[in-house]
Structure formats: C-alpha cells, structure tokens
Design a protein around this ligand. Structure first.
Ligand SMILES: Nc1nc2c(ncn2[C@@H]2O[C@H](COP(=O)(O)OP(=O)(O)OP(=O)(O)O)[C@@H](O)[C@H]2O)c(=O)[nH]1
Ligand SMILES: [Mg+2]
Length: 478
C-alpha cells in the first residue's frame, strides 16, 4: 500500500552549548594577569516555521534527523565562542506538532508561525565571568549545556475552505486544475492523488482555497484503499463538495450510491456533520453522463443538496460552481470571524521555575529536582575540584542543603540531582552553611573562633549571607 506522507516523525536535536574557557592572561613581565577565559557560545535551536511555499512533509520523511550546530567553546583573551546556527525547518500551513504520545504541542496555522522544537544549550561561562572579589582567579569554567533533543510527530491538516471528496477518478484533481492555477497530477487510474492538492480560487470578490483529498472507497473506514487517514485534511474545511462521476464505467456504481457510500465513510470518521455539503455532477461532456445527471438531479435536490453540473474537461458549469462556493464561504467566515483570525499556538512548558524539590525515595536516596540545580549539575566539570566546590556553593545558596537537612539527610546519605535516568548521584557532605548554626561558610568554622554574643553572631551571619547573595546574583546570569 502506498504510504501517505502527511505524518512524519522528526528527531530534532538542538546544538550543544560551547564550554567556557579557563585561562589566565599572560603578558611579558606580568605573569599573572588575571582570568581571561571567554564564554562558550549558545547552541542553535531547531525551529519549525510555517512557509506557505511548502506543501508537504515529504522532506522530513526522507531525512527525519535534523540537528542544529553546536556553540563554539570560549577561548583565552576573553574571546567568546560563536553561537551555533539555528536550524529553521519550513513546514506547510496547518502542520500539527505532537509528542510521541499523541499530545498536541502546537497547531501551526498562518505563514510565519514558529515553534521551537529543540532549544539550543546555553554556553558555559568562562573563568573571566566567574571571577569575583572573593574568587579572584577561578581555575575552572562552566560546561556548555547539551542541546534539547526531542522526538516529535508532524501531522498535516490542510487549511482549505473547500474540500473535494469522492471516489477515485471522479475528477477531483481535474476540478482543482480548472478552478484554480494549481496543476495537480491527473490520470485515469485510481489513487492518482496521494497527498492533498491545494488551489486558490477568486470568485465574486472572495478568495478561497480548495483542496482535494485522495479518493475514498467503500470500507475506507476499515482501512481499504488509502483508508480514512487523510480525512483529517477535511477537518478544517468549511464546505464539503461531493464530486460525483456521472460517466463511470463500473457497472455496480452510480452517482447516488457513490454519494451514500462516501457519506457513510464520513460518518465513520466523525465530526463533519455540521459542514455544509454541495454536490457536483462531473463529466457531463460525455452524453451518457449528461443523461444520468438529468435523471438523478431531482432526487438529490429533494434530499436538500445544491447540485451543480460541470465538466472539468469541457470547462462548463465552473463559474456557477465557483461563485456558489464563494457565497457559502463568505457566510461561513462571517459566522465565525474570531476563530478565523486567532492562531492558537500551544507551547510546551517554558516555565523557568526557580524552585526545587527534595524527596526521600524508597532506596534511601534523596532526590533533588528543579530547573536550576539540574542545570548547574550539567554545567559542572566533575574532574575539577574547584568547579565542584562552586556547584556546592550554588546549591547551598539556593537552599538545597537546608532542604536536605530538613528532609532528614545526614552526612554520607546518597543524594541524586536530576531525573531517574539522568541524575548525578553523590554522597552528601554537609560542608557548608547548611544549618548555619553549626558550620560557617566554606573555609570558616565558628568552632575555631572566639565565642561571640548571639546577637553579634546573627548580624555576622546575615551580612555574610547578604555578601553571598550579592556574589550569587552577580555571577549567575541565568
Ligand atoms: N470526460 C471527462 N473526463 C474527465 C473529467 N474530469 C476528469 N476526467 C478524467 O477522469 C480521470 C480522473 O481524473 P482525476 O482528476 O485524476 O480524478 P481524481 O478524482 O483526482 O482521482 P484520484 O486522485 O485517483 O482520487 C482522468 O482521466 C480525467 O481526465 C470530465 O469532466 N470529463
Ligand atoms: Mg486526484
């Protein structure tokens, strides 16, 4: 069976951030000129953008793995690494973005609408940016963060005002080719059309779009022919046009029963009952076709359909049809002008939550989850003690140590930062001001100092905390 390429899986990998650089400025006669390691560049994003010139998702079917470039590492002499390049992927109007579980992440309607499928990793700070009054010459830099890597599904729902439905070879594509400037493939074998064709029609001051969908046959709802999958293209249309073949050579078919069968399939698909219907009797250039059309017209009209007799080949009856469609569309647009104008884009979580949680798990591990602590862990070069110390200070200042203590953690307990499958686990050493009652900041220990009165101790502690907070604020630009 032919595969229908309007649903593809896309693996989007954003670029990694470049690592920060740890370097010391060198100059003749000035051996220690201070830290001058530059910051790493940002990794490129993978972004989907609606492009009206793109009509299919075929490109992504052929090459589903897309990666943006990485940020460059920082260098000495305060040189920042170059940012990675964003990868912009053009998609057709009406592309729906889903996650692998089928949840809708975004509904991309309208030229220029964008969706960030993968966010580039931040570059790591170089040691120049990490220097402070306290830490004059940091011997470490932060690592760049990995870019976001995501598997998504793209599904195309054609955005057209009119949908042509009908049996294979009824002349749907032919009709589009004569009503609009579109040049779809037309042939005398069934299932010529595998992806919807789209055309633009201007009639009576109304501009509207018209799309065909691949031919339907009885049992399509059970997956016969191309199945019902493509009917999602009809979902956004405001008018359904039945294209009926008055000149079919198949003896067991006639236009009225064709119509009934297609209606039955539409019903199986569901959700289309409220769409107005118009009937087109095609191929009346063939004498038998004209006769048949005359014969069945009253019955169709009795059922409440507006009926148009046309020939896509002889180009007859087209004007009446296109004006009638314009009228119905103008009405439909007037009835829901607001919905027409809104572009709903649901974005995935973009919350930069500053909080974190500590939970004691069954195996006795304390798990820390939170945007910041997890990011800081990713930025840490665990081969560098100073970098690890810096991480410990950051975690401490966020209050992670305090929370661990409150949760009952003791020295030597296992602490994991991050998700189950992607965590850094270590034995906790409450070295710092966690429970500032007991211990001072790194390198200080109240127990070695002369006793101070309680009020003095509190003041000292508060001013130390303020200092620490200032330093923290200064050197955490994220
Ligand atoms: N005589 C005559 N032939 C027509 C007319 N319209 C279409 N045809 C022919 O019917 C055949 C099928 O036309 P298509 O436009 O490809 O039909 P379709 O409905 O798009 O078919 P699928 O894409 O397979 O579903 C072609 O050989 C056309 O030339 C018409 O008005 N008169
Ligand atoms: Mg066709």
């Amino acid at each position: 069976m032919t595969t229908f390429v309007d649903r593809v899986e896309l693996h989007a990998a954003a670029g990694n951030g470049g690592h920060g650089c740890a370097s010391v400025h060198r100059e003749k006669f000035k051996p220690l000129g201070g830290p001058d390691g530059g910051n790493g560049g940002r990794g490129g994003d993978v972004t989907l953008v609606v492009d009206q010139d793109v009509t299919t998702l075929l490109d992504y079917h052929h090459s589903p793995h897309r990666k943006a470039t990485n940020g460059q590492p920082g260098a000495g002499d305060n040189r920042s690494g170059k940012d990675g390049q964003d990868l912009v992927l053009p998609v057709p109007d009406g592309t729906v973005v889903l996650d692998r579980d089928g949840n809708v992440l975004a509904d991309l309607v309208g030229h220029g609408t964008t969706f960030v499928a993968g966010q580039g990793g931040r570059g790591g700070l170089g040691n120049a940016a990490l220097a402070s009054a306290r830490r004059k010459a940091p011997g470490f830099a932060l690592l760049g963060e990995p870019g976001e890597s995501r598997d998504i599904v793209l599904e195309l729902k054609t955005v057209a005002d009119v949908a042509l439905v009908g049996y294979p070879s009824a002349g749907k594509s032919s009709l589009i080719s004569v009503l609009s400037a579109a040049k779809p493939k037309i042939a005398d074998y069934p299932f010529t059309t595998l992806v919807p064709n789209l055309g633009v029609v201007t009639a009576g001051g109304t501009v509207y779009t018209i799309a065909d969908v691949p031919g339907l046959i009885p049992g399509a709802s059970q997956g016969k022919g191309l199945g019902l999958e493509f009917l999602r293209h009809v979902e956004r249309c405001s008018v359904l046009v039945h294209v009926l073949d008055t000149a079919t050579l198949e003896s067991d078919r006639d236009p009225v029963s064709d119509l009934d069968i297609i209606e039955e399939e539409l019903k199986q698909y569901g959700g289309l009952d409220d769409r107005p219907r118009i009937v087109v009797l095609n191929k009346i250039d063939i004498p038998d076709g004209q006769d048949l059309a005359d014969m069945i017209r009253p019955e169709l009209e009795e059922r409440g359909y507006r009926v148009f007799e046309v020939s896509a080949v002889a180009r007859t009856g087209l004007k009446e049809l296109s004006f009638a469609l314009a009228g119905v569309i103008a009405e439909a647009r007037a009835a829901k002008p607001v919905e027409e104008a809104t572009r709903i884009v649901i974005r995935p979580k973009a919350v930069d939550d500053t909080g974190f949680t500590v939970t004691l798990e069954e195996d006795g591990i304390y798990r820390v989850r939170g945007e910041k602590p997890e990011r800081w862990v990713r930025q840490t070069d665990f081969n560098n003690d100073e970098a690890v110390g810096y991480l410990a200070d950051r975690l401490n200042r966020l209050g992670v140590e305090d929370e661990l203590m409150k949760a009952g953690a003791r020295a030597g307990d296992g602490v994991a930062i991050g998700a189950e499958d992607n965590a850094v686990v270590f034995d906790w050493e409450p070295t710092m001001a966690a429970g500032a009652e007991m211990l001072g900041r790194r390198g200080e220990d109240h127990r070695l100092e002369a006793p101070r009165p309680a009020a003095q101790r509190r003041r000292d502690r508060e001013s130390e905390r303020d200092d620490a907070q200032r330093e923290f604020d200064d050197f955490d630009p994220f």
